[in-house]
Design a protein around this ligand. Structure first.
Ligand SMILES: N[C@@H](CCC(=O)N[C@@H](CS)C(=O)NCC(=O)O)C(=O)O
Length: 221
């Protein structure tokens, strides 16, 4: 099998989504760190992704980009367990769950995580008004995810699909914040799912330490 190189930083939620699929498949790969917080997106990476985002993945002479399509590609071409249901309605449901996570959950969660984790790490002050607005929005949107997706099996830690692996890095970041922990307490199905998912070896294998990055060390000056 030709070598797989994944471009993106370990702290990127979308890079971690792809890493989880690779780990679950049990296939070796090279992670080339592309740290975009230190000094913006490196010029070399802008050649890999037309909009200069991470992740991108090189395999078999192809440069692939966008986490969802990369994961579908890997699930199709790599050996190992499969994470895409055969049944078309179940497959559409999986794609809808991924779309919901991308469009209605992650943008607010990313803002919350930026204010709570990242701002402090780079030595800044969180904007509490943004934080409060995001908590309010997430209280409403996650209640819908809980009732219409998790409780009815669209996320399922016993029959893991690409939707589960897509959700893990997002909920992992959420669980790392105090506000996220409070939100999770009101979401029993999502909490149960996370308790199961976080113990998977792939989740441990893709854990990362934010304090190793040069921008994070500024707080120790
Ligand atoms: N639609 C993209 C989203 C990827 C994304 O949001 N990547 C973030 C890091 S997790 C990024 O590249 N941020 C750099 C920037 O905004 O300049 C995908 O599915 O891969």
């Amino acid at each position: 099998m030709s070598e797989i190189t994944l471009y993106g930083p370990a702290y990127s939620a979308y890079t971690r989504i792809v890493r989880l699929v690779l780990e679950e498949k049990g296939v070796p790969y090279v992670l080339e760190e592309v740290d975009f917080i230190s000094a913006g997106m490196p010029v070399a990476h802008k050649e890999r992704h037309p909009f200069g985002m991470v992740p991108a993945l090189a395999h078999d002479g192809h440069m692939l980009f966008e986490a969802g399509p990369i994961c579908s590609y890997l699930d199709e071409v790599l050996p190992g367990p499969t994470f895409t249901p055969n049944d078309p309605p179940a497959r559409a449901r999986m794609a809808a769950t991924i779309s919901v996570l991308d469009n209605y959950i992650w943008p607010d969660l990313r803002e919350l995580v930026t204010q709570t984790l990242f701002t402090a790490l780079v030595g800044g002050w969180p904007d509490d008004s943004i934080k409060e607005r995001m908590v309010k929005r997430l209280t409403a949107s996650l209640a819908i995810v809980e009732e219409r997706f998790v409780a009815v099996g669209a996320l399922n830690s016993h029959e893991v699909s690409l939707a589960d692996l897509h959700g893990v890095p997002m909920i992992a970041y959420m669980a790392d914040t105090l506000d996220g922990q409070v939100l999770l307490q009101e979401l029993p199905a999502l909490s149960d799912w996370w308790q199961e998912m976080k113990n998977r070896p792939s989740v441990g294998a893709t854990a990362f330490d934010l304090t190793i990055y040069p921008w994070a060390q500024k707080t120790e000056d």
